[in-house]
Design a protein around this ligand. Structure first.
Ligand code: GLP
Length: 241
C-alpha cells in the first residue's frame, strides 16, 4: 500500500487524475470503477478539465459504479447513477451506454446483483477503482462486519452512514435504508485501487485502514492485502498515523 500525504483535495485530485490519464493514454478501452461521495469530486473536476483542455478522451472507456441506493425511483437526483452522470460522465466523452450502475430499482434485486457481477467480468474487470472511505471505515457501502470476501449484494445501512449521507437529502427520513454494493471481494479484484480521503472526521478510519488489523470491523482494512493500492490523504486525515 502506497500512502501519499498531500496538501489538500485539489492536489489529491491532480495526482489521481495523473494516474487515470496515464492509464487511458496507454489503454483507451480501460474500465474505470466510479465512486460517489464528496471525496472523488476533485478527481472528476480535474478529469473534466483535462478532457476539455488537453483532449483526454474516454470514448472507448467503460465505467462501473460501486454502489446504489435501493428504492429511489429511476432518475432520482440522489441515485448514484444520476450523481455520477452529473459529476463526471456527462462532462466527458464517455458513451453513456458504457456506464453501468447496480439496478437498485429492480424487482429482483438478487438477480440484479448477479447480473452486475457478470457485467464486470464480461468487461474484463476493473482496471482502476476510485474509492472514498466512510467515517466508519466502509468502502462502497460495505459496512463494518461485512464479509471480506463478499460479492455484489444488498446491504442495510448503519444509522451513522444514513446520518452522514442525510446532507444530500431534504431530511434523514428520505435516506434509504438499503443499498446494493459491490462486495469487498469484488472491489479487491480491481487491478489498481486509488482511495482518497480528506479531513479530520476521516482520521480514525484512515488509521484503521492503514495501520489497523485486517478485520471486518474496518472493511477498508482488507485493502492491506491488495498488491496495488494508492491512498491519497491530506494532513488532517493523517493525524492519527
Ligand atoms: C458513501 C459512499 C462511499 C463514500 C462515502 C464517503 O457512503 N457509498 O462510496 O466513500 O459515502 O463519502 P464522502 O467522500 O462524501 O465523505
Amino acid at each position: 500500500m502506497e500512502v501519499v500525504i498531500l496538501s489538500g483535495k485539489e492536489e489529491a485530485g491532480a495526482v489521481a487524475a495523473d494516474a487515470i490519464e496515464a492509464l487511458f493514454r496507454a489503454k483507451p478501452e480501460a474500465v474505470l470503477g466510479l465512486a460517489t461521495g464528496s471525496s472523488p469530486l476533485p478527481i472528476y473536476n480535474e478529469l473534466a478539465r483535462r478532457h476539455d483542455e488537453l483532449g483526454l478522451s474516454f470514448t472507448q472507456a467503460q465505467g462501473f459504479a460501486l454502489d446504489e441506493y435501493v428504492g429511489l425511483p429511476v432518475g432520482h437526483p440522489e441515485s448514484y447513477r444520476e450523481v455520477l452522470r452529473r459529476e463526471f460522465t456527462e462532462r466527458v466523452d464517455i458513451d453513456p451506454s458504457r456506464v453501468h450502475a447496480p439496478n437498485g430499482a429492480a424487482a429482483d434485486l438478487v438477480a440484479a446483483c448477479a447480473e452486475y457481477e457478470e457485467a464486470i467480468k464480461l468487461a474484463g474487470g476493473v482496471d482502476l477503482q476510485i474509492l472514498g472511505i466512510g467515517t466508519d471505515g466502509h468502502i462502497g457501502f460495505n459496512e463494518p462486519v461485512s464479509s471480506l470476501a463478499s460479492r455484489t449484494r444488498i446491504k442495510t445501512l448503519t444509522e451513522q452512514t444514513r446520518a452522514d449521507n442525510a446532507r444530500f437529502f431534504n431530511s434523514l427520513d428520505e435516506v434509504p435504508h438499503h443499498v446494493v454494493t459491490q462486495g469487498l471481494g469484488t472491489i479487491m479484484e480491481a487491478k489498481h485501487i486509488l482511495l482518497i480521503a480528506n479531513g479530520g472526521q476521516k482520521a480514525a478510519a484512515v488509521k484503521a485502514l492503514i495501520e489497523g488489523p485486517v478485520a471486518a470491523f474496518c472493511p477498508a482494512s482488507v485493502l492491506q492485502l491488495h498488491p496495488h493500492v494508492t491512498v491519497l490523504i491530506d494532513e488532517e486525515s493523517a493525524v492519527q498515523l
